[in-house]
Design a protein around this ligand. Structure first.
Ligand SMILES: NC(=O)c1ccc[n+]([C@@H]2O[C@H](COP(=O)([O-])OP(=O)(O)OC[C@H]3O[C@@H](n4cnc5c(N)ncnc54)[C@H](OP(=O)(O)O)[C@@H]3O)[C@@H](O)[C@H]2O)c1
Length: 245
């Protein structure tokens, strides 16, 4: 129970990697602010699963790209739990298209949710963490924040941006005992990769472990960054089956 009595706000924790992180944290005694955008049914199912671990759960629908909603979510979370100890910026989307055909909407949606969401949530919580004298911020980037991604200029730009933000905030926050790190997964078996079978085939051909990652494998790294990784900040932890080797 390494996180007993602590509280984590995890964006996009109704499904996929965010859900796996929430479950891993709840198993370790952490109260969860469960954020989601649209999928009420998935959020309610995840809430039920988390409650089985005897922790408190606050389920909040909020679009992380909407600054007003994020501000309200953070206020509600602080009101209920008093301390938010950990922020996991996980919410993300893809809108693949070649740049020559990419719409302004496809560009804006990905940048505003994936990167804007990290800024909005971090900005809304950082002063609370400074007042607390401690905190952990863990951002879910991607292997495509470390390479280019054919047909995904918007997604790759957002994930490179997250890595730049992570390193810069790590510099600013260190003196406040706030550690800021990122995890950069390769392809992980969740809804976000559905419909990308052709792309996945070539990805797996170039991945030494020759399989998709599992959400739980990412969650274990995030748990480590939230607990025992006390001398790690500004790091980007790869979890890509060897894709970059
Ligand atoms: N799976 C992969 O291969 C992979 C690889 C590298 C990085 N990642 C990153 O890992 C993160 C999680 O992805 P995933 O694979 O778990 O995706 P997923 O299964 O599609 O889940 C996405 C989650 O984000 C939430 N979300 C989407 N837009 C949101 C918004 N505007 N505001 C708040 N929440 C929002 C969704 O909520 P609803 O349920 O309400 O829709 C859902 O909980 C993303 O940042 C993704 O880029 C994934």
């Amino acid at each position: 129970m390494t996180l007993k009595g602590q509280t984590a706000l995890i964006t996009g924790s109704s499904r996929g990697i965010g859900k796996a992180i929430a479950v891993e944290f709840a198993k370790n005694g952490c109260n969860i602010v469960l954020n989601y955008a649209h999928n009420e049914e998935a959020a309610t199912a995840t809430e039920k699963e988390l409650l089985k671990h005897g922790v408190k759960v606050l389920k909040i629908q909020a679009d992380v790209s909407d600054r007003g909603m994020v501000k309200q979510m953070v206020s509600k979370a602080i009101e209920q739990f008093r301390h938010i100890d950990i922020l996991v910026n996980n919410a993300g989307i893809v809108r693949p298209a070649l740049l020559k055909k990419m719409s302004f909407e496809e560009w804006d949606a990905v940048l505003n949710i994936n990167l804007g969401g990290v800024f909005n949530c971090s900005r809304s919580l950082i002063n609370h963490m400074i007042e607390n004298g401690s905190g952990r911020i863990i951002n879910i980037a991607s292997v495509y924040g470390q390479t280019g991604a054919f047909g995904q200029c918007n997604y790759a730009a957002s994930k490179w941006g997250i890595i730049g933000l992570t390193k810069s905030l790590a510099l600013e926050a260190a003196k406040h005992n706030i550690l800021v790190n990122a995890v950069a997964p390769g392809a992980v078996d969740t809804d976000i990769i559905k419909g990308s079978e052709k792309f996945l085939e070539s990805y797996l051909d170039n991945t030494p472990l020759a399989r998709l990652g599992r959400p739980e494998e990412i969650a274990k790294i995030v748990l480590f960054l939230a607990t025992d990784a006390t001398y790690t900040t500004g790091a980007v932890i790869p979890a890509n089956g060897g894709f970059l080797v």
